[in-house]
Design a protein around this ligand. Structure first.
Ligand code: SAM
Length: 287
């Protein structure tokens, strides 16, 4: 397991420019605030895990495990789990998960501090391969789904939860209306990091998995502007506050105008109201 080079939790350092290391750097810098800022992610992981078929899962793989919201939900529902493999390139996020599991002497815990595209897994070595709110950050979703499918024993279960088309619509509207305009990467984020459910369905089927249950949730949340801003910082610092290739002053100016827009909208309506859609899929490796 490699742990070198990652920033300490809660500190800001200059990020590496390449895409996944930059994403990982962003999550490591905000990992200490992550669980507090994304309570909706915990509830989403809970709903996915509650929908898994009731079976004896002993070995689980959590891809883009972060601080372990999915892993802890699985451990809560299935006390028979004996081995956890967590994969995440953000060492700061893994450090939080390591702390959570520190007292679980009954568990074998293997944390791989690498992008999912580089994870090393035994063929047919796990009973459940899960990924919550991480699939959308993967540069090569098909390759990772292929590896997850190969890691499952025949009959093993695959489960993914990701943001779905329409998520954060109101935020992206505000970003689109900025004048002077936002960096084009901010607008691209809606296309790049919000999944089309049809794309997810195609990927899962193309890698040979059989879908048993797939659904989209369309939710509208009402939060304070600070809650919304904290969430954005916890999950997308690398996209908006440290966009590669831009001077910090340019980003600070555009971000501060975005925050003004969020606050103005909330002042009009008594809360910041935004859509957050999620896609869930539960599938099985045939056999
Ligand atoms: C929003 S967090 C989700 C964490 C956790 N699964 C949850 O449900 O809260 C996204 C996670 O994906 C990880 N990630 C980003 N790029 C990745 C990649 N290429 N491979 C694996 N994980 C990645 C990030 O480091 C981060 O921990």
């Amino acid at each position: 397991m490699s742990t070198g080079g990652a920033p300490a939790r809660g500190t800001f350092e200059e990020p590496p420019a390449e895409l996944t290391p930059h994403t990982a750097w962003g999550f490591s810098t905000t990992s200490a605030d992550y669980d507090r800022s994304v309570t909706a992610n915990q509830r989403g992981a809970h709903r996915l895990v509650a929908s898994l078929p009731t079976e004896a899962y002993e070995r689980i793989l959590d891809v883009g495990c972060g601080t372990g919201l999915a892993t802890t939900e699985v451990l809560g529902r299935f006390p028979g789990v004996r081995k956890v493999i967590g994969v995440d390139p953000a060492e700061g996020m893994l450090a939080e998960l390591r702390d959570k599991l520190a007292t679980r002497d009954d568990l074998e815990v293997e944390l791989q501090n690498v992008p999912a595209e580089e994870m090393r897994l035994e063929p047919a070595g796990v009973d459940l391969a899960i990924s919550t709110m991480a699939f959308h950050w993967l540069p090569d979703r098909r390759a990772v789904a292929t590896s997850m499918a190969a890691a499952l024993r025949p009959g093993g279960v695959f489960a993914v939860l990701a943001p779905s088309a329409g998520a954060d619509l109101e935020f992206f509207q505000l970003v689109r209306e900025l004048d002077p305009p936002a960096p084009s990467e901010w607008l691209d984020a809606e296309r790049r990091y919000i999944l089309d459910p049809a794309e997810l369905e195609r990927v899962v089927e193309d890698v040979g998995l059989e879908i048993e249950d797939m659904w989209v949730e369309e939710r509208v949340r009402r939060v304070t502007p600070d809650e919304f801003i904290d969430r954005m910082k916890a999950v997308a610092t690398h996209v908006f506050l440290r966009t590669p290739g831009y001077e910090p002053a340019v980003l600070e100016d555009a971000w501060s105008r975005t925050e003004d827009g969020i606050r103005a909208r909330a002042a009009d309506r008594g809360a910041f109201e935004y859509r957050f859609n999620k896609v869930f899929v539960v599938a099985r490796r045939p056999g």
